[in-house]
Design a protein around this ligand. Sequence first.
Ligand code: PGA
Length: 248
Amino acid sequence: MKKLVVGNWKMHGSRASNAELIQGLLAADLAATAPRAEVAVCPPFVYLADVASALQGSAIALGSQDVSTQTQGAYTGEVSGVMLREIGARYAIVGHSERRSYHAESDQLVADKAKAALAHGLIPIVCVGETLAERESDQTETVVGRQLQAVIDTLGAEVLKVVVAYEPVWAIGTGKTASPEQAQAVHAFLRGVLKAAHADASSVPLLYGGSVKPDNAATLFAQADIDGGLIGGAALKAADFAAIARAA
Ligand code: PGA
């Protein structure tokens, strides 16, 4: 199975810097130089259409950083899966820890967003992860298990179509990566939760996110249950993101 390497640009960029970043990624010729990686980028909503046309004809897929639970209507500020499909998105990140904490997104809302994404032909990348306090009080499995279970309960067998990203909150943007062993242990736990619900869940890609860099990507990706990465900071530099894709 190919590794999935997804860039989460968060609220970074401008038309000029995006154009430069895309140009760098296209020049890196990832289809040839990183043949074992499937690559996607998730720019802010406002730049999706621009980035979609810049990526046309390339092997790099497009994703959004969020999606509405609704399809159309009086939902000021929201963007629906139908709209995202129309401009060419393939993925939608849901439940990133920054949305869970700054926008009070509940486990159920995240599950409903995953359901809406699937209903509109998008592949949801469902993020789960514990805070440092939760890890230190031995709550990691309780927290990520609860977050994933909401998605399993809401989607039923459709959960086999999602991507799950384990992103320990304490490792995001901090330079503190989970060790490959720490990440693998949680991935194996998540795999077990998925398999308990659906015996054939070994096909669900499990990404690791949290300070993935060119120098730690290969050892993380070498773990048995790590099927790729969700990359924040390092996705903003074409050379770093390309190097991570090549590490797959
Ligand atoms: P980071 O972010 O790579 O900058 O730690 C990862 C993420 O939040 O998706």
